[in-house]
Design a protein around this ligand. Sequence first.
Ligand SMILES: [Zn+2]
Ligand SMILES: [Zn+2]
Length: 141
Amino acid sequence: MSDVEDDERVAGADAGRDGIPCTACESALESPGRETISFLLLDQLTIPVVGCVDHKRQFSDVCGLTTGDAATLLDHQPAGGVRCPGCRHSTHRVQHPGVPVADGAVAILGCSRHVDDVVERFRAGLRTQQRLTTSLPSGPG
Ligand SMILES: [Zn+2]
Ligand SMILES: [Zn+2]
């Protein structure tokens, strides 16, 4: 018999509206350029994302938790390019406020439909990640 207290950690959703703790992300979001735009390959989607290298990778990893195939992050535009015309046109400016990723933030440069899609996956991935990190397996099963 063991009484294990579940120490539930409440993930603070107190990300400030302005001011991203990660300055690299902040400057990337301010003026997205070739060096800060990466391409996230998720299922059949190719979505340009902006942020610092670390947080883009983290974002991609979390998105990959929800899919059968891991999400891939490319530093350059893939051979096929961005398929969705709406997404292709949005690569020039950041319209989205950015998605908080740990102490940084990434912006998804896509049409509203695909941005929603990716954000949804990211949130689902976060939930999966929390479950994985908070619930430890109790003995070999
Ligand atoms: Zn960052
Ligand atoms: Zn699109």
